[in-house]
Design a protein around this ligand. Structure first.
Ligand code: ADP
Ligand code: MG
Length: 477
């Protein structure tokens, strides 16, 4: 079906050789396909960014709008694209604040200049986009992400202190401030906190926060609308620029280049720059070496994975903020102990419990939690470590951990060792060589042999089979 459509319209696709023309055709198709209201609410506010690598990229003014379109109309939007451009295999929508206004303005422009020549209308339309997107080119700040709601623990105290310092000092002390850490550990939260605090402490300072992805799309659209001058101007005129998730610019060469120019211009003028990424500057593969090294010149602060105390603190704070919901303290402890992946997931679990309990009108108990969060608890448990497996297996077979890791070949330690290796292979994502190393520097062939041996024995030795089933259950409940 899709192929047919594409085939039938090949001529059309060849004819519409500019992407602006294609975009107009896509909009025409959609206008014909949907009722007036739907078209106006969802498709009209979209702006075309680019077509690259078979992907048509459009921009929506809000995240809500983007998600709605992608989950409700993505097939039809893609079909509309494929009818005018057979090379389009995928679509994407990015969020670009400033475009909502732009659309409104365009509408006004369209109305007022409808009688004038189309060329003029087009020029004014471009102007409208420029003006509106100049006014608000940063992303909105989340009101929940403040210093007050940020719980400090060992893993994040350094990053927190650095963030506070930047937010409270009028002078620029370390530039750039580079925050890095795994996903869901609070980088965005800290950046927004700084932005809120600066707005309060120094209302005259112009603070702009956006993701590296948004930076790139603004850059690309400025090229498309032949407006790079005002792009440069607006970014160089801020007092504090924050770019989140910088790893996104890896391998995007022209964006990287433009980012670096902006970065240097700001640093030269003693304006504060704050960046975040999921890894340290030196580990940003796909980013030019000279840029990487420059990123580390200021203060680099990393956020480590959470520990139990911090998770407990975060949950307790959340529980305190909703006194109307009763939560057993065992529940909080269970969540803190078991959901160790990241804070986002921890919060998600907590919110799910609260929603559930509010719906059925009962306090949150341990039992309820285990039932409601079954899948999540299990998923987190799959991330057992080699160390945990070794400890548990040693305990279970009642041997010393040091014996398990030793080179002793006596059956009563050799078999549990094989079981432990087998479990490591099945329950962790570690490779055979790295498992071998964890077992007193053994060779990967030893591990392979152990895995094979246990697989065989499971078929014939019912006692051992019971042992393994038991151990597996221990690691998955
Ligand atoms: P990142 O940007 O590092 O991926 P986020 O800043 O988006 O992570 O944090 C994920 C979620 O966890 C957010 O809702 C945030 O408020 C919360 N969070 C992370 N760290 C903390 C903390 N130390 N105290 C309170 N909430 C936190
Ligand atoms: Mg983030």
């Amino acid at each position: 079906m899709k192929g047919e459509v594409g085939h039938q319209n090949t001529n059309e696709a060849v004819m519409s050789n500019t992407i602006d023309m294609q975009w107009n055709l896509v909009l025409d198709t959609l206008r014909a396909e949907f009722d007036e209201n739907t078209y106006k609410s969802w498709f009209k506010p979209l702006a075309l960014i680019n077509v690259e690598g078979g992907c048509a990229i459009m921009a929506a003014p809000t995240r809500f709008m983007r998600n709605w379109i992608l989950s409700n109309f993505s097939d039809r939007l893609k079909n509309a694209w494929q009818r005018v451009n057979i090379s389009v295999t995928d679509i994407d929508i990015v969020v670009l604040s400033g475009f909502q206004g732009a659309d409104k303005e365009i509408e006004d422009v369209d109305n007022t200049v409808s009688k004038s020549k189309p060329k003029k209308a087009k020029k004014e339309k471009k102007e409208a986009i420029r003006i509106v997107s100049d006014n608000s080119f940063g992303a909105p700040l989340d009101p929940r992400f403040t210093f007050d709601s940020f719980v400090v623990g060992k893993s994040n105290e350094f990053a927190y202190a650095a963030a506070r310092r930047v937010a409270e000092n009028k002078d620029v002390n370390f530039n750039p401030l580079f925050l890095h850490g795994g996903v869901g550990l609070g980088k965005t939260h800290l950046m927004h906190s700084i932005a809120w605090a600066i707005r309060e402490n120094f209302p005259d300072k112009k603070v702009v926060y956006l993701s590296a992805e948004q930076f790139m799309y603004q850059f690309i659209s400025s090229i498309r609308y032949k407006d790079t001058m005002s792009f440069k101007e607006k970014f160089r005129n801020v007092d504090l620029l924050m770019i989140d998730d910088l790893q996104f610019i890896a391998n995007k060469n022209s964006t990287q280049e433009e980012f670096f120019h902006t970065f240097n211009a700001l640093i030269d003028h003693n304006r504060q720059v704050i960046l975040s990424a999921d890894r340290s500057p030196s580990n940003l593969e796909g980013v030019e070496e000279r840029i990487r090294s420059r990123l580390g010149w200021g203060l680099v602060a990393d956020i480590h994975p959470t520990d139990y105390e911090l998770r407990l603190g975060i949950l307790q704070q959340k529980a305190n903020s909703i006194p109307e919901v009763e939560i057993q303290s065992e529940v909080i402890e269970l969540l803190a102990r078991r959901i160790s992946s990241n804070v986002r997931e921890l919060e998600g679990a907590f919110n799910r419990m609260v929603a559930h309990s509010t719906l059925i009108g009962r306090p949150i108990t341990l039992e309820m939690t285990q039932e409601v969060l079954q899948d999540l608890l299990r998923a987190n448990d799959r991330r057992v470590t080699v160390d945990e497996i070794q400890r548990q297996v040693a305990d279970y077979f009642n041997i010393k951990l040091s014996d398990l890791l030793s080179s002793r070949r006596a059956r009563q330690v050799a078999r549990p060792r094989q079981v432990a290796m087998y479990l490591c292979k099945h329950l962790t994502s570690k490779s055979l060589p790295s498992i071998g190393r964890k077992f007193g520097g053994r060779d990967h062939t030893t591990v392979m042999h152990a895995v094979k041996r246990i697989e065989e024995l499971r078929q014939t030795d019912s006692v051992l089979e019971e042992d393994i089933l038991h151990l597996e259950r221990m690691f998955s409940t």
